[in-house]
Design a protein around this ligand. Structure first.
Ligand code: GDP
Length: 194
């Protein structure tokens, strides 16, 4: 797959604006500042396909990209505390609206910062995905920020923090060392060839 050929399609601020599904979709989800824009840019070998923001909570839209035969869906980052309740409700409406819609959603990549325990929102998201029987994997971001000992500790902690962690496909990822880039690309390629 020529990942660098991914093209921006559109951004939507409300669920009702989202056009009907017309191809296989792959969604990226995670709390704001987890490194989602950075990961998308790495995977698609682009400097700024997804905007990387130093200010968390800016990605308040659902963004669609096209990489034939896939549609890549960048869900708004959740869990940012410093926004109004109405804004939070709009985001969660977008996320649950999209995930609950009858679309050809092949995989959700849920991003969690490897350094920290999953947030309440992360756990709620995992619960929702499991309950809805949606296919997902977990990408543990910013892996470069941990040394070997810290990493082993965090991986053990995830076993107790995340239900059924050992049964979930987990990909450690770092935009700095490029760990996990080829693995995520491989997953997308496999789906594209279905
Ligand atoms: P988003 O809000 O989830 O889209 O997060 P961003 O992609 O904007 O990243 C948030 C911050 O984390 C930025 O300062 C990034 O440079 C930093 N970041 C993202 N990925 C990595 C990574 O793999 N390693 C390190 N060290 N920093 C990262």
């Amino acid at each position: 797959m020529q990942f660098q050929k991914a093209e921006f399609v559109a951004s939507y601020g409300t669920f009702s604006q989202i056009p009907p599904c017309n191809s296989m979709e792959i969604a990226f989800a995670g709390r704001s500042n987890v490194g989602k824009s950075t990961l998308i840019n790495k995977i698609f070998q682009r400097k700024s396909l997804a905007r990387v923001s130093a200010v968390p909570g800016k990605t308040a839209t659902i963004n669609f990209y096209r990489l034939d035969p896939l549609t890549i869906v960048d869900l708004p980052g959740y869990g940012y505390a410093k926004v109004a309740k109405s804004e939070k409700e709009r985001w969660s409406g977008l996320i649950s609206g999209y995930l609950g819609a009858d679309r050809d959603l092949r995989l959700i990549l849920l991003l969690i910062d490897m350094r920290h325990a999953p947030s309440k929102d992360d756990l709620q998201m995992i619960d929702f995905l499991v309950e809805s029987e949606l296919p997902f994997l977990i990408v543990l971001t910013k892996a470069d920020k941990l040394n070997k000992t810290e990493r082993t500790k965090r991986m053990q902690a995830f076993e107790t923090e995340i239900p059924y962690f050992s049964q979930i496909h987990v990909i450690p990822f770092s935009a700095v060392t490029r760990e996990g880039v080829a693995e995520v690309q491989g997953v997308l390629e496999e789906i594209a060839s279905e």
